[in-house]
Write a protein that binds this ligand. Structure first.
Ligand code: PXP
Length: 249
């Protein structure tokens, strides 16, 4: 199965919101991303609405025909929004108002009782739920125990690390991905990925999807969004094919 690419369009909205008004439009970016080879669109409706707005989610649901992955905090408000829209997928992430981006994974092991009914309600509504976690066996076991079908492994520490530490972080992700496979949980990965860091993650055989945003939107300033996404797609496909000893599709 082809490794899927979810393009996170949050930071198109960040640029729009810097001035107010309508431009640039994240929905236009989502449509362009689909043409450039994205398999899905990811958008994080934060509690403070600093980038994606409620109106963006309404418009994305109506306008795109590839799956939408709604990133959301584990709150009643967000659960209600997700249940109203029923996107293809919802990724539950930790959220603190003062953070610049999602720092660290969800503590599933420490919040099982709060998360379990959410995972259940979303699943009942036909939404494929994933939990954004650190590459850690304890968190994976907890995700399994509360019935999450998917996890997304946080690649931030791997992306930020220098050489030797990066190899260690990569090994943690590889081990966690294998553990997810053994538990029967679908494994995604993301956060901070760039052209330079995507290859080793794409090469992990049972990672099914990568979610990538900030770097692609930044790169789009220089080369355009279409070209940035196509290049990312090609790097992912090449790394996966090399890992499997195949030619890229
Ligand atoms: N996956 C999750 C769960 C995230 O919260 C984010 C950031 O919103 C991403 C992936 C994408 O990270 P980045 O924008 O650094 O590529």
């Amino acid at each position: 199965m082809r490794l899927r690419l979810g393009v996170n369009i949050d930071h198109v909205a960040t640029i729009r919101n810097a001035r107010g008004g309508q431009l640039p439009d994240p929905v236009r970016a989502a449509k362009l991303a689909a043409q450039a080879g994205a398999d899905g669109i990811t958008a994080h409706l934060r509690e403070d609405r600093r980038h994606i707005s409620d109106g963006d989610i309404d418009r994305l649901m109506a306008a795109i025909d590839i799956p939408l992955n709604l990133e959301m905090a584990a709150t009643r408000e967000m659960l209600d929004i997700a249940l109203r829209h029923r996107p293809h997928a919802a990724c539950i992430v930790p959220e603190r108002r003062e953070e610049r981006t999602t720092e660290g994974g969800l503590d599933v092991a420490g919040a099982r009782e709060r998360l379990r009914p959410m995972v259940h309600a979303l699943g009942e509504a036909g939404v494929r739920v994933s939990l954004f976690i650190e590459p850690d066996a304890r968190q994976l076991d907890a995700a399994r125990a509360i019935g999450a079908p998917v996890v997304e492994l946080h690649t931030g520490a791997y992306c930020e690390a220098e050489r030797a530490a990066r190899a260690r972080e990569l090994a943690r992700i590889e081990t966690a991905a294998a553990h997810a496979g053994a538990l029967g949980i679908e494994c995604h990965a993301g956060h901070g990925l760039t052209f330079d860091t995507v290859g080793p993650i794409a090469a992990i055989p049972n990672v099914a999807e990568l979610n990538i945003g900030h770097f692609l939107i930044g790169e789009a300033i220089f080369t355009g969004l279409d070209s940035a996404i196509r290049r990312m797609r090609a790097l992912m496909d090449r790394a996966r094919a090399d890992a499997l000893g195949e030619r890229p599709a």
